[in-house]
Design a protein around this ligand. Structure first.
Ligand code: ADP
Ligand code: MG
Length: 366
């Protein structure tokens, strides 16, 4: 039996930059997805997930076909692995269990894919053929070409490489990757779900992508990575809303670079300021926030233990990420949720830090 796992992630800063060839800075969260794989004779794959009431399903290797259910992620994994030159994969039994909430913007789909791809890699000794970056690329290919989700490389890379104690600094253009250790003696990351489902994210997300493409066309460039802070005057000549969309991407890339510097020097105040600026840019320039999320960020930012907070993920709902003084994140997040729920009538809740049933902080999951 091969057992593997992969973490969920939260993006600290660098939002809507990955499909613009820019910078992102995710970090791993305690929640993770586990895959237990037992090879079996023949070409049939049997799969069950303890997180879903669905009956276990089965499929034949070589006959993978997307059916718009969670089975697509597993079928996609064998579909893509069998295309790797030299990779031989046979039938297996697979059990999935996860503590990453689905559809909360913590990237449960990438955690599932990476855990399953790792299990297949381990079961058939494919370590020499498929390294962790290749696993991330294969996971992206499955989402894009098999599941039909237009996702960037950030989520798969984070699921494959991020840890809880470092930020993963990724240049999505060069795919250069660096682990930047977080000053965990000074700060702690918290994630709060707003209770607002980001179900309309598909429409808004695709519209923002196409606005970025239009901005590039108007500027005569192939990606917004080709412009920087020195080009803001040029960007100001774009028609609205392209001007504000491009400005968000350019300033957000700059904020990621400054955030990396702040983390390296342990400057939590500066990091907090960058979080606040990022949120305002997402609200005013990129227009992917909603009023109740703004309220949540405002309440969080007003807490004395909190250095900064911002909307994380695609937007139009979902979660916020905040950084707080080490040791105070859970209590601060709970206080924020209570005030937010009272002010808005929403049912927000704390996702990170995770707390075990007995109240101690749980760091090994599931
Ligand atoms: P996110 O990645 O932000 O959590 P997605 O919509 O991209 O949201 O992926 C969620 C989907 O991934 C679920 O609807 C389900 O199909 C699949 N999935 C994720 N985790 C699991 C799991 N533990 N068991 C079964 N399916 C899962
Ligand atoms: Mg996903």
């Amino acid at each position: 039996m091969i057992s593997t796992s992969a973490h969920g992630r939260v993006n600290l800063i660098g939002e809507h930059t990955d499909y613009n060839n820019g910078f992102v800075l995710p970090t791993g969260i305690p929640q993770m997805t586990r895959a237990d794989l037992e090879p079996r004779a023949g070409q049939t794959v049997f799969v069950a997930s303890t997180n879903l009431a669905d009956k276990p399903f089965s499929f034949e290797l070589g006959s993978e076909r997307a059916v718009r259910s969670w089975s697509d992620y597993v079928q996609g994994a064998t579909w893509v692995m069998r295309q790797e030159p030299g990779a031989k994969v046979c039938g297996f039994d697979l059990a999935i269990s996860s503590t990453v909430p689905m559809g909360s913007g913590l990237s449960s789909s990438a955690a599932l894919l990476v855990a399953v791809l790792r299990a297949i890699r381990g079961a058939w000794g494919l370590e020499g053929l498929v390294d962790d970056i290749r696993i991330a690329r294969l996971a992206q290919k499955i989402e894009n070409e098999f599941v039909g989700a237009r996702v960037g490389i950030m989520d798969p890379l984070a699921a494959s490489l991020a840890t809880e104690t470092a930020a993963l600094f990724v240049d999505t253009q060069s795919l250069q990757i660096e682990q930047v250790p977080l000053p965990t003696d000074q700060l702690e990351v918290a994630v709060i779900n707003s209770g607002i489902s980001h179900s309309n994210v598909g429409g808004g997300y695709n519209q923002r992508r196409s606005e970025c493409e239009q901005a590039c066309e108007a500027l005569g460039i192939s990606s917004l990575r080709e412009v920087g802070m020195d080009d803001l005057a040029r960007i100001d000549s774009l028609p609205e809303p392209l001007r504000r969309r491009a400005r968000h991407v350019v300033t957000e890339n700059d904020r990621v670079l400054r955030a990396v510097t702040a983390i390296r020097s342990g400057d939590c105040q500066e990091l907090g300021r960058l979080f606040r600026e990022s949120h305002l840019s997402m609200k005013n320039d990129y227009e992917v926030s909603v009023p109740d999320i703004d309220t949540l960020v405002e309440i969080a930012s007003a807490q004395p233990e909190v250095f900064g907070a911002r909307l994380t993920g695609g937007g139009f709902g979902g979660s916020i990420v905040m950084i707080a003084r080490a040791g105070s994140a859970r209590a601060a997040a709970e206080k924020v949720v209570q005030r937010y729920n009272g002010a808005t009538g929403r049912v927000g809740f704390v996702l990170v830090p995770k707390v075990a049933v007995d109240g101690t902080r749980e760091i090994t999951a599931p």
